[in-house]
Structure formats: structure tokens, C-alpha cells
Design a binder for this molecule. Structure first.
Ligand code: SAM
Length: 287
């Protein structure tokens, strides 16, 4: 067990500071004060962060921390902490760690018993969720789906039975394709796109996987939210063979289709394989 009493010790601290997701006024007083007080700031992209810091008159040494240099930079940050310096980590927008770098670093910092303190502020998923009109809890935040369509569909298959609201980060050039995939894999669901949140062209598009699947190309940053599955497994009323076939039609290999059905029905892969194989053979004999 490790207990961190954040403000009742003299240990050096790594601050995870949330920054605006578009509207500079969403910077908190506390975030500005902390960034002015630390010895060094690490940022995902120093050019992006430089603009924010100069807007708030913050002049502190600024260095990069991103996924490609996380090991070297984590060592460097640990060294600052060991020398009793306080460090802040910021990302381009919103919270560090949330679909952004930082997780590797905080594991190391926790391991060495320094403080890790979060300075709250703007964040895209919660800002989108509360205006969506979808049930706000429970929810699953998934972050970005895979770039490759095959993998993306497989990820969606795994999420298909979840009854909670699903939240994804999406890029503008891929969102229509993703909604088409959602329609193929989930069927009809309520879908909401929250675009350019906190910015001049903020827009919330509420519809369904059917009505939004042929949307014109959208620009800007967006959060994609999907209503949870209201159907329980029993209500699906499909045989194992039908379900495996449906998964194959949705783009899974037969191996993955069988694996998915086994997972959903709490069976072994072998059970599903036997059932599928036997039913398929019977089907063929009948034809
Ligand atoms: N760390 C950030 C956070 O706490 O929300 C998320 C960073 S992630 C790399 C960037 C993604 O967040 C974008 O591709 C988009 O999906 C979402 N996002 C960021 N800003 C947004 C905004 N103003 N409106 C809608 N979505 C936004």
C-alpha cells in the first residue's frame, strides 16, 4: 500500500496540468499559478504550448515529453524530482494521459514515491458527454479506435454488448467510415458527434447510426458518442451458427468470429467451433 497526502509533505511534485481544448479562457487560475511556480514544464509539442504559456505570461524552461522519447525524458524528469525540483506536464489540449502521453511517466514517478498531483480543467470527453443527451453514466471511454478497418470492426465487436454509453475520440476524415462500421456491427443506435467544443464553430449533431452514416465530410476535432446496447444476449435470439455467420459478414475471419461468439456466450472456442462446424455441415447436406 502507498498513501500520498499530496499537500501534507515536502516531497517534490509532478503536476499534471489540464489546458484548454480550444478556448483559451478555459485555463484555470490554479493551472496558471502552478505553471508559474514549477521549475520546469514538459509539453507534448513545445510550439503549441509556447502559445498558451506566452498568452498567460508564463516563462519557464519548456521541454518536450512525448511517446517517442518517454523513456529518456522520464529519467530526466525523475532526476529533476530527485533534485527537489517541481515539474509540470501538459499536453496540447485537455488532460495529459487522456489519449495523450504521460502514463509511462507517472508509473515511474509513483514508483519512486514522489507526489503526482492533477490540476483539473478542460477535457473533450466530459465536455461532449454532458451535452450529448445520452445517459451520462455509466460510460466507457475508449479513446481512438484503430486506424485499420479490420481491427476497428474487431474492437467494435468487443464493445457491441456493452450497455453503457460509449465515447470515442475521432478524426474528421474517418468519422463517417467509423459510423458506417458502427451501423454494420451494432445495428441501429443513437449516435452523437460533438465537434469543435468550446470553439467558435462548436456543433452537436444528434442522430442515429443510420441517419449519420452518410454525413458530409466534417471538419475539426470531434468526440463520437454511441448509446449502449439495450438488448441482452438472450434477446438476440440467434443460433450459434447464425451469430458466427453474422460476425463473418461483418468482416471478421472465421477464427475471430468463433472467438467472439465464445466470449459473448461464455463458452469455450472449441464448443463454438464444434457447434458451428456441425451445424454448417448439416446445412450443406440439406442443400
Ligand atoms: N487530452 C485530451 C483530452 O483530455 O480531452 C485529448 C487529446 S486527443 C490527442 C485529441 C482528440 O480529443 C481529438 O482528436 C478529438 O477527438 C478530441 N478533442 C480535443 N479537443 C476537442 C474539441 N475542442 N472538440 C471536440 N473534440 C476534441
Amino acid at each position: 500500500m502507498k498513501r500520498q497526502k499530496s499537500f501534507q509533505n515536502d516531497l517534490p511534485t509532478l503536476y499534471l496540468v489540464a489546458t484548454p481544448i480550444g478556448n483559451l479562457e478555459d485555463m484555470t487560475f490554479r493551472a496558471v499559478n502552478i505553471l508559474k511556480s514549477v521549475d520546469i514544464i514538459y509539453a507534448e509539442d513545445t510550439r503549441v504550448s509556447h502559445k498558451l504559456l506566452s498568452h498567460y505570461d508564463i516563462s519557464k524552461p519548456l521541454k518536450t515529453y512525448h511517446d517517442f522519447n518517454k523513456e529518456v525524458k522520464s529519467n530526466e524528469i525523475l532526476q529533476h524530482l530527485r533534485e527537489h525540483q517541481n515539474v509540470a506536464l501538459i499536453s496540447d489540449a485537455g488532460y495529459p494521459l487522456i489519449s495523450d502521453p504521460g502514463y509511462f511517466l507517472i508509473r515511474e514517478v509513483i514508483e519512486e514515491d514522489f507526489n503526482v498531483v492533477s490540476i483539473p480543467g478542460a477535457n473533450a470527453l466530459l465536455t461532449g458527454l454532458v451535452v450529448s443527451g445520452l445517459p451520462p453514466q455509466p460510460f466507457t471511454f475508449y479513446g481512438f479506435l484503430d486506424n485499420k478497418e479490420g481491427k476497428r470492426k474487431k474492437q467494435l465487436m468487443e464493445l457491441k454488448d456493452k450497455t453503457e454509453t460509449l465515447i470515442f475520440y475521432e478524426s474528421p476524415h474517418r468519422v463517417t467510415k467509423t459510423i458506417q462500421n458502427i451501423h454494420q456491427v451494432f445495428g441501429l443506435r443513437d449516435v452523437v458527434i460533438a465537434r469543435e467544443l468550446t470553439k467558435k464553430f462548436e456543433e452537436v449533431i444528434r442522430g442515429t447510426s443510420e441517419s449519420l452514416k452518410d454525413l458530409e465530410e466534417l471538419k475539426g476535432e470531434m468526440v463520437l458518442m454511441v448509446a449502449g446496447n439495450k438488448n441482452s444476449i438472450e434477446e438476440l435470439d440467434m443460433s450459434i451458427l447464425e451469430e458466427v455467420k453474422m460476425n463473418i459478414e461483418n468482416g471478421l475471419s472465421s477464427k475471430d468470429a468463433i472467438k467472439e461468439v465464445a466470449r459473448r456466450r461464455n463458452l469455450t472456442k472449441n464448443d463454438v467451433y464444434q457447434e458451428y462446424h456441425n451445424a454448417d455441415m448439416t446445412d450443406e447436406r440439406r442443400q
